[in-house]
Design a protein around this ligand. Structure first.
Ligand code: GAL
Length: 496
């Protein structure tokens, strides 16, 4: 066949491919009208440098205003960056307004100055699930730039976390140094902060990291001070080689599990900036019961996730009993997200989760109030993945200020496995996830809200952003294989 004859076939292939991808997209196209997204509450310690980016979507340019901005804070009206310091403890309520050529939007924002940070789960990116040991400054910057260019930052995504493989040797005075892939950590931190992004880094409480690089053992204070100097906002501390020390010490008490994490926390809390503390020890000794007591803002509850249904659903659907331990400032962490192009090294591939499995993944992690850390190459985001990550009504469930993890309100263990999760929200409404764990469609005509202890009301389909009607009790549903329906039930005020 001649090249010219092949051309129409190629165009046909492209059209079919686009139709296939677009038919899987449930999130309605983004409006050009301004909308304020992301966290409505933000915690900061007295006198810590504050950096808060107002997340706002809509046609650019957008202008930002804040009424009631307390003395000590400044707003950049072009970028929506709030910076400064507050020394007095208390709740500072302010009104944020964003406007563009088409209109404006307002929302309240509360900055809480006190001992707690991470009042909503962190949302951002981590290098591990994509680049693994092949991470470099250039790759990190590329995803950071894409977080801005593709608009993720406008929906509340803001952490950029470098995982393992940045570490070099220690200098003669013990100061940790970077390897050649990260020539200038302070420069990287400054670059991120100037754009409203936060900077995360990885270390280990043992002598080595999981990849065998240098860990922070016996250098905890020195390393945390170095990190603070680089402008680090987030530290992940990964157990791995600490097992060697643990075994040598022959102490298997709970205190022995806590010891290395408390030591690291002591070094973090004396720094002159707020640092999110992410404890990673895969759930040993039911870490969810004591993570808060070692100062952790989140604790990994499981081993490493992979981009397969088996891995994602095994992890995701086994978090339900930890719901009492999640709260503002302290989150259960079922590991990072596996959507987009992942690969843990040089060769990336599109996630092996089907589109419905990805809806399940994002819905479940949102209901669980879990940290949302993307593990894909953001520069290579496709339209489907972008639509999955920019549905504000879904992300609002994760970022709800009440900070509750969903409870599992129904679990059918018989032949037809379907599970229901309900998350109480600040405004009195409830987010409801109805999950089909089978590999074929399931239909039900008789889901009773009252039997699950839930009240009826107006039901909104959050992925489609559409009200579907008022239901007092019984729901009829049809859920695709490994898929989900994510609803918000709002009480109807009959008096109106
Ligand atoms: C694992 C950890 C991963 C990643 C990796 C780096 O133990 O669970 O998330 O950080 O180490 O070596």
């Amino acid at each position: 066949m001649k090249r010219t004859q092949l051309f129409p076939l190629f165009i046909l292939f492209l059209i079919c491919h686009c139709i296939k991808i677009n038919s899987q997209i449930l999130t309605p196209p983004l409006s050009k009208l301004p909308r304020i997204n992301g966290a409505k509450v933000f915690g900061v310690r007295p006198n810590s440098p504050l950096l808060f980016k107002i997340a706002a979507a809509g046609e650019k340019p957008i202008k930002y205003e804040v009424k009631g901005l307390p003395n000590g804070l400044q707003l950049n009206t072009e970028t929506g960056l709030i910076t400064g310091k507050l020394s007095k403890r208390g709740d500072y309520l302010m009104q944020v307004k964003v406007s563009n050529s088409l209109g404006n939007a307002e929302r309240s924002l509360t900055i809480k100055v006190g001992d707690k940070i991470a009042l909503t789960p962190p949302m951002g990116w981590n290098s591990w699930n994509c680049w693994g040991r092949d991470v470099s400054k250039a790759k990190v910057l590329s995803s950071a730039q894409a977080m801005i260019d593709k608009g993720l930052i406008d929906h509340g995504w803001n952490y950029i976390n470098v995982d393992d493989a940045w570490e070099g040797q220690r200098a003669a005075d013990g100061t940790i140094q970077t390897n050649d892939s990260f020539p200038d950590m302070k420069g990287l931190g400054d670059w991120l902060h100037a754009r409203g992004l936060k900077f995360g880094i990885y270390t280990a409480p043992g002598p080595k990291t999981c990849l065998g690089f240098i860990g922070s053992y016996q250098h905890e204070l020195q390393d945390m001070t170095t990190f603070a100097g680089w402008g680090v906002d987030y530290v992940k501390s990964d157990w791995c080689s600490y097992s060697g020390i643990f075994d040598q010490e022959k102490d298997t008490s709970l205190a022995a599990y806590k010891k290395p994490y408390l030591k690291m926390y002591d070094a973090i809390k004396v720094q002159n900036r707020d640092i999110y503390y992410s404890v990673c020890q895969y759930g040993m000794r039911e870490v969810w019961k004591w993570g808060e007591s070692v100062g952790a803002n989140s604790w990994r509850t499981t081993g490493d996730i992979e981009d397969s249904w088996e891995s994602m659903h095994e992890i995701g659907f086994n978090q339900y009993f930890m719901y009492p331990y999640a709260k503002p400032g302290h989150w259960n962490d079922p590991d990072m997200l596996v959507v987009g192009n992942v690969g843990w090294g040089k060769n990336l591939h599109p996630t092996r989760l089907t589109p419905d499995e990805q809806y399940t993944h994002i819905s479940l992690w949102s209901l669980l109030a879990a940290p949302l850390l993307l593990g894909c190459d953001l520069a290579a985001l496709d339209d489907f993945t972008l639509s999955l990550l920019t549905n504000d009504e879904v992300l609002d469930i994760n970022q709800d200020p009440l900070g509750k993890q969903a409870r599992r309100v129904y679990c059918n263990r018989s032949r037809y496995k379907f599970h229901l999760y309900a998350k109480e929200l600040e405004d009195g409404s409830v987010a409801l996830g109805i999950f089909n764990l089978m590999n074929y469609n399931l239909s039900y005509n008789d889901i009773s809200l009252s039997q699950m202890g839930l009240k009826g009301g107006m039901i909104r389909d959050l992925w489609r952003q559409k009200d579907i009607g008022v239901f007092d009790d019984i729901l009829k549903v049809n859920i695709p294989a490994h898929g989900v329906l994510l609803y918000r039930i709002t009480k109807v005020d009959n008096k109106k």
